[in-house]
Structure formats: structure tokens, C-alpha cells
Design a protein around this ligand. Structure first.
Ligand SMILES: [Zn+2]
Length: 371
């Protein structure tokens, strides 16, 4: 398509029928390493390690078990499935394999840059140190990149119900030269406000490092406000409940509260996870998900998978879902990939290179194919 051509008018289902969403260059910023294993890998790793706790060793049944667990509509129950994935990720070999397969899956999903996160603390049950855990994951991600050319960044999570966040922050900073790009606070949100971990966030800030925080998923705007104004978050995971700070007037116009206005004005990236939000009860109806409203209003939103195994999803599925639910166009999808890439914790030159050498040409080709 030449720059003067009108943007293609196809939206929603007409667009997803006309193009391959999978082949569009996509960017993923919010996925949990222990939430994205293949069911077959869980079963094989359990057999190798002698873990006998799986509810079944049939791949299809195990996949269904994880999906059912995720569909119970509450965050604590959703998190229950991680018991099993974490149990089989306790050796350097298993961690390396899961990380490699993550990159392999990204490649097949059309993702060109991915940030993946996890809490190393949970992988020390069989004697590994947290540094060894991080190194094993990095070596799997590196092997994946060498094979598939998908670029990545690793985010270290602290768990909000534990008291290890300063240690986790220091771990993240220690590995920043080898691929760790940031720090996150994850886990059940209700009752565990982010400001309790302010020391960890200050350690990150003093190291000129990067912060994303799960906020506004299972708790309201107060959690988002704390994440931004006490903890210095550069991005927000989910932020679904920022919707509570926006009023739709009778005439359809919007009135933004001060927090929502701040998030909009400061271009705070929102790592939105539509399917996961339905599964954890952060939203009750897909069509009611605030992604559409945030996107139209100009918030810097991007699409994410959160937990591909539990939520039975992929970037292709999330992108297809959002396109069909909110009548997105190809131009909109390009905007979402660019929003995500601009918001990545990768260095500026790497982001620019991906934008101008991979993402824009990929979308230009898709526009041309539709023209
Ligand atoms: Zn998450």
C-alpha cells in the first residue's frame, strides 16, 4: 500500500477472515513462564522428575483440567493450577526446556518480541539457588532466540503475599546484563497492597531499572494508584479496574477521574489480558471488557496472554478475540503492536530496530495483501 492509499476498511470478523492474524508481527509483554507450558511438557517433566501429583497424565485431559480450573471465576482458584507447573520446573534442565519452548511457541504464534516473567523463589525446592534458576531460564531463552530469532526480555516477579520482594529486586538487578529487563509484583491482589513492597521498588528505581506491577485486576483503582504513585510502576499489568475511574455520561461522552486522566496523559502502558480477566473474574462479560473503551480513548494498551496454558490462549487468539469483539482494523492491530513495542523494557535502539525493520514492514505487507 502506498502512503497515500486509504486505510483498509475491513474490521472485526471481516478482517480476521481476510488475513492471517498469526502472521502479523505481534509483541507480548505479559506472560508467566509457569503459566504457558505445553500439557505434554508438563507430563514429560513430571515423569522425569518423579512428580506424581498431576490429576491425569493424558495430555488432552490435563489441558482440559487446567482450562476448567481457570474458568472458575476467581483469582485464587485460577492460581491453583500453578502448583503443578511449578512442581515440574525444579531443575536447570526443566527450566531451560520450558524457556526454550516458550520462544518456540512465540515463533509459531507470530510474536517477534516477548517479555516473560516468573518468580524464581518457587523453583528452589530441589536445591537450586535463585541465581541458578534465573541462569537456566536465560539459557533456554537464548537457545530459543538463536533458533527462532524471537527477541525477549525476562522479568523477575516478587509475590505480593510473601516478604521476599527486596531479595527478588536485587536478583533482578544482578541479572540485568544477561537478559533480565524488569521487576514485577504478582499474586493475589486483594489484601496485599503494592505499597507494602515499597522498599523493593525503591531499590529498582535507585538502580535505574524498570517496574511493572499487577494492579487493578482483582482490586480497584486504589491498587493502581498505589502502584503508580507509591511504587513507581512504569507499566501496569491488567489495570482492568481503571474502568471504575471513568464515567460514561448519558450522552455517551466520557468523564475521566484524576487517576484515569493521569494514566492517559502519562502514556502509562496497560498490559491487558482479556481472556485471563474473564477467567479470574476481573471482568464478567467479554463484550464488557474495558479494553475497547481504553483503546478508543487513546490509552496506551496492548494485548497479552497472561497464562497460555491456564487460559487456553495465544497471541493469535487474543488478537483475533479483540479484533472481533471491538471491531478493530488492521491499522488498529498495527497500533497495538507498536504500543507494546514502545512500552517494552528492551533498550531504545532495540525497540526502534524491531519497529522499523520488523513490525512496520510486516504490517505494510499485510496492508498490501488486503489492498
Ligand atoms: Zn499476570
Amino acid at each position: 500500500m502506498s502512503p497515500s492509499s486509504p486505510p483498509n476498511a475491513l474490521v472485526g470478523k471481516a478482517l480476521t477472515r481476510a488475513i492471517s492474524i498469526r502472521s502479523l508481527p505481534k509483541v507480548l509483554l505479559h506472560e508467566h513462564l509457569d503459566g504457558g507450558l505445553r500439557p505434554t511438557t508438563v507430563i514429560e517433566l513430571a515423569a522425569q522428575s518423579g512428580y506424581t501429583g498431576l490429576p491425569t497424565t493424558d495430555p488432552a485431559e490435563l489441558a482440559a483440567w487446567f482450562h476448567r480450573g481457570a474458568q472458575r471465576g476467581s483469582l485464587p482458584e485460577y492460581l491453583d493450577g500453578f502448583r503443578h507447573t511449578i512442581a515440574v520446573m525444579q531443575t536447570t534442565e526443566s527450566l531451560e526446556r520450558v524457556a526454550f519452548e516458550f520462544i518456540e511457541d512465540m515463533y509459531h504464534d507470530g510474536v517477534v518480541y516477548a517479555e516473560v516473567r516468573f518468580a524464581p523463589l518457587y523453583h528452589c525446592e530441589h536445591g537450586l539457588t535463585q541465581d541458578e534458576v534465573v541462569q537456566a531460564v536465560i539459557s533456554g531463552l537464548e537457545r530459543g532466540e538463536r533458533t527462532y530469532a524471537v527477541q525477549w526480555g525476562l522479568i523477575i516477579c516478587a509475590m505480593r503475599h510473601l516478604r521476599h520482594s527486596v531479595e527478588a529486586a536485587e536478583l533482578a538487578i544482578r541479572h540485568r546484563r544477561s537478559g533480565v529487563v524488569g521487576f514485577d509484583l504478582a499474586g493475589g491482589e486483594d489484601g496485599f497492597p503494592p505499597k507494602k513492597h515499597v522498599d523493593a521498588f525503591q531499590a529498582i528505581e535507585r538502580a535505574n531499572f524498570y517496574i511493572t506491577i499487577h494492579a487493578g485486576e482483582a482490586y480497584g483503582p486504589e491498587s493502581i494508584w498505589q502502584a503508580l504513585q507509591y511504587c513507581g510502576a512504569h507499566r501496569l499489568g491488567h489495570a482492568t479496574r481503571l474502568r471504575d475511574d471513568i464515567t460514561v455520561r448519558a450522552d455517551g461522552t466520557l468523564m475521566l477521574g484524576e487517576l484515569a486522566q493521569y494514566v492517559l496523559d502519562r502514556r502509562v502502558p496497560l498490559e491487558m489480558c482479556i481472556t485471563s480477566n474473564l477467567h479470574t473474574g476481573a471482568c464478567t462479560e467479554l463484550a464488557e471488557h474495558p479494553f475497547g473503551l481504553f483503546f478508543r480513548q487513546g490509552f496506551r494498551v496492548c494485548l497479552n496472554t497472561d497464562d497460555r496454558l491456564m487460559s487456553d490462549t495465544s497471541m493469535t487468539r487474543e488478537t483475533t478475540l479483540a479484533t472481533e469483539l471491538f471491531d478493530l482494523s488492521l491499522k488498529d492491530l498495527e497500533k497495538l503492536s507498536l504500543n507494546a513495542m514502545k512500552s517494552a523494557f528492551a533498550p531504545y535502539d532495540k525497540r526502534l530496530k524491531l519497529i522499523f525493520e520488523t513490525i512496520r514492514p510486516g504490517f505494510q505487507a499485510a496492508h498490501a495483501a488486503l489492498a
